[in-house]
Design a protein around this ligand. Structure first.
Ligand SMILES: [Zn+2]
Length: 81
């Protein structure tokens, strides 16, 4: 089983990642939120390298979550139908 690749304030996450994903259920959502926050600040940033990194992570997280059925509006998994 893979481990979450989240590195927050220098502390690596030790939780198991979602099967086939890079992050655990806690951090894949944090990656999405952080990416959104930084994307909003994009206009104000002189350098965009860190933003681009976060956007890449966000895009990956969004795609993965949507594939898994995550509802971003409701912030929960959509029920199986
Ligand atoms: Zn994690």
């Amino acid at each position: 089983m893979d481990t979450c690749t989240w590195i927050g304030q220098g502390e690596c996450c030790t939780q198991a990642s979602i099967e086939g994903r890079s992050y655990c259920t806690d951090h894949i959502w944090l990656v999405y939120k952080e990416g959104t926050r930084l994307a909003r600040r994009k206009k104000d940033l002189k350098t965009v390298d860190s933003v681009r990194t976060w956007q890449t992570l966000m895009d990956e997280a969004v795609q993965e979550l949507e594939e898994e059925g995550w509802d971003f509006r409701l912030e929960r998994w959509e029920p199986e139908t």
